[in-house]
Design a protein around this ligand. Structure first.
Ligand code: GAL
Length: 129
């Protein structure tokens, strides 16, 4: 576990801006947004081993169906910014190359209070506003 917080206050219209460095030690990282570790509205999971970005949700500890995107603008050792906007009905994730991935708010959360970052990503800063 690299980073976890339980008292975030992300509302519809807010954008979470994460800056960090993709580290060399590992092949995957994930940014999870939800209400707790078992209830994740957005699991954003770049996989170097698959050269794919997997997005999914988790409801009461069970993964739902994956959405995959083959746009993969990540390299190990490189500092990146990822912007995630909570649009209410969905999330818009802007990648470092400006490509945007949309993922539906399947859990119908009206507020995101939980943020976790796992894997080969070292968080430098984040801001939610
Ligand atoms: C699993 C993986 C989890 C998560 C999930 C997303 O295979 O072990 O970490 O990424 O896929 O669907």
């Amino acid at each position: 576990m690299a980073f976890e917080m339980h008292n975030m206050d992300m509302k519809q219209g807010d954008t979470l801006k994460i800056k960090g460095k993709v580290t060399d030690d590992g092949d995957r990282f994930a940014v999870n947004l939800g209400s707790c570790a078992d209830h994740i509205a957005l699991h954003f999971n770049p996989r170097f081993d698959d050269v794919t970005i997997v997005c999914n949700s988790m409801c009461n500890g069970s993964w739902e169906s994956e959405q995959r995107d083959s746009n993969f603008p990540f390299s190990k050792g490189v500092e990146v910014k990822i912007h995630i906007t909570f649009k209410g009905d969905n999330f818009e994730i802007k990648l470092p190359n400006d490509h945007v991935i949309e993922f539906p708010n399947r859990l119908s959360l009206d507020k995101i209070t939980y943020l976790a970052v796992h894997g080969n990503f070292k968080m430098i800063s984040f801001k939610c506003s």
